[in-house]
Design a binder for this molecule. Structure first.
Ligand SMILES: NC(=O)c1ccc[n+]([C@@H]2O[C@H](COP(=O)([O-])OP(=O)(O)OC[C@H]3O[C@@H](n4cnc5c(N)ncnc54)[C@H](O)[C@@H]3O)[C@@H](O)[C@H]2O)c1
Length: 341
């Protein structure tokens, strides 16, 4: 398999993660072009990992003849435009989540990539985490028997800046979207109904921006199994990413991972290290596996394991959760998919 030459659009938090991960641990790929409207950010990242082409115009990445595939790390409201233009240039696309904030736009993106015949992978990196993959495998092998409950705890160490929240689509579409995708991935089933409650407990500024920072969401999967997601934008002890799956044959759970496994026994109790602090640390290996798979999918003409339909369904669940919160009632995902008001 020859090296996949990648262009990156957006040199912010996740653009840096992907670019640096590729440089450090994905020999199957090389970043050859970076664009960011903030040219200084693009230049800084390019200099750190030796990328030859730098621009403040994303089209310079898409049109670059050296680029085989583009990783889209721009803000959510630019994903659809960037994906469509990349696909129409005949290049493969890896797009960060969510594809867009509304279903008609996502359907337009999915139709375009299909029409253009390019690969389209969506950045649900947690599917590539070794711990969660193991749980998935155990569910598939029926180690937990019939699935009864999928329980996800997902709390960030701190909220993103207000300007990020403004274009993110809100907590369900920005943050919980990973958990909605994880729930579908683990259960191997679509979600049919959602009930969400939430509040502003971390920062009143988030409430003023029209969003929430704390939520509990219940899910019903097709066939009747249940899910529960517990979210916060701020856990004082760091990034809290836990999963439990319960069924007729047993239970499997994944705890947080820490930088080391020491336990200190002292006069005040037993102490260990806090969990790895945020996504850049907790999922560093998952990001590398994710991009390795993208290289394989392109190089060996394989189907993607997480693509446009997953991107669509996760947003549909998030929109159902938003409606449930606003109207204080359980909402069928079909209601959102069918565009009912
Ligand atoms: N999968 C994950 O773990 C993960 C983690 C973080 C963010 N994300 C997603 O990645 C996207 C970016 O998030 P972030 O946290 O990196 O945001 P960020 O604000 O840190 O970075 C976005 C960057 O894009 C640049 N930008 C804005 N408009 C642009 C344009 N038209 N062309 C080129 N560059 C442009 C900005 O200047 C900024 O540097 C969001 O959609 C977010 O949901 C995914």
């Amino acid at each position: 398999m020859s090296t996949l030459k990648i262009g990156v659009i957006g040199a912010g938090r996740i653009g840096k993660v992907h670019t640096e991960t590729i440089a450090r641990s994905v020999p199957e790929a090389r970043v050859v072009a970076i664009a960011d409207v903030n040219l200084a950010a693009a230049k800084d990242l390019a200099a750190r990992v030796n990328v030859p082409s730098v621009s403040d115009d994303y089209r310079k990445v898409i049109q670059n003849p050296d680029v085989d595939a583009v990783i889209i790390c721009s803000p959510t409201d630019a994903h659809a435009q960037h994906t469509i233009e990349t696909a129409e240039a005949g290049k493969h696309v890896f797009c960060e989540k969510p594809i867009a904030l509304d279903l008609p736009t996502i359907k337009r993106v999915n139709d375009t990539v299909e029409r253009c015949g390019v690969k389209f992978m969506v950045g649900f990196n947690r599917r590539f985490d070794a711990n969660f993959k193991k749980v998935k495998q155990m569910v598939v092998e029926r180690k937990v028997g019939d699935l009864h409950v999928v329980k996800i705890t997902s709390r960030d160490p701190g909220p993103p800046p207000a300007e990020y929240i403004a274009v993110s689509g809100g907590m369900f579409l920005d943050m919980t979207i990973h958990d909605f995708d994880m729930a579908r991935f683990i259960a191997g089933k679509d979600v049919v109904e959602v009930f969400a409650v939430g509040g502003v407990m971390v920062d009143p500024a988030i409430g003023k921006a029209g969003d929430i920072d704390t939520a509990v969401i219940t899910l019903v999967f097709e066939g009747g199994a249940l899910g529960i997601i517990d979210n916060s934008r701020k856990a004082v002890y760091g990034y809290d990413q836990r999963l439990e799956v319960f069924g007729s044959g047993g239970m499997v759970k994944v705890d947080n991972t820490a930088p080391d496994t020491h336990d200190y026994y002292g006069p005040d109790g037993v102490h260990s290290s806090l969990p790895l602090n945020f996504f850049m640390d907790r999922y560093i290996d998952a990001y590398a596996s994710e991009i390795k798979e993208f290289c394989q999918v392109v190089g060996e003409n394989k189907p993607v394991s997480v693509g446009g339909r997953d991107g669509l369904m996760s947003v549909a669940i998030a929109l159902a959760a938003k409606r449930s919160l606003a109207e204080h009632r359980p909402v069928k995902v079909a209601e959102v998919l069918e565009g009912k008001k």
